[in-house]
Design a protein around this ligand. Sequence first.
Ligand SMILES: Nc1ncnc2c1ncn2[C@@H]1O[C@H](COP(=O)(O)OP(=O)(O)O)[C@@H](O)[C@H]1O
Ligand SMILES: [Mg+2]
Length: 164
Amino acid sequence: MPRTKGKNNSRHPGRPPLSPVTNELKLSFPSLSVNEGFARAALGAFLAQLDPTPTELVDLKCALSEAVTNCIVHAYSDGIGTVKLSVSLRADRTVIIEVRDLGRGIPDVAQAREPLYTTDAAGERSGMGFTVMESFSDKLSVVSKPGHGTTVKMIKRLSERKKL
Ligand SMILES: Nc1ncnc2c1ncn2[C@@H]1O[C@H](COP(=O)(O)OP(=O)(O)O)[C@@H](O)[C@H]1O
Ligand SMILES: [Mg+2]
């Protein structure tokens, strides 16, 4: 159930309380490449209730694609594993997208987040996935434990829409 009350921003006591969560989506799917498109479509359908601008929608879908693709090609490079997607909406129009895998993990997150850094030996990847995610969100956090998995969290506050 979504939280309906304002939550204290306990990690940052100096800051104002976080706006309450008004809706949540949780999905879990195998790391098949067909599910990248599914995740994009699911995000688009879920965000429709906020009436995002076309640019906001494309940006967030693109950022999500990068995160899901990373689970498919890097986290579970040796097989198929589970990808967990959660999207939370706050009353102040903040969208929080979390993509989690239980795959190989990232030994050096700071290095992985550098533009053009890639471990892809086949030369098919640009090394720009995290850069895209960062530029399309207000805040990106990446937490990873080698051998245990990775959680990518993207936070973006959508613009106010004019009332008709
Ligand atoms: N979910 C993940 N699990 C394991 N490693 C990852 C994951 N996401 C990213 N990485 C590592 O971080 C590097 C940089 O990711 P990214 O910026 O998306 O570039 P690219 O995917 O083009 O290599 C990847 O090459 C990979 O080594
Ligand atoms: Mg990538």
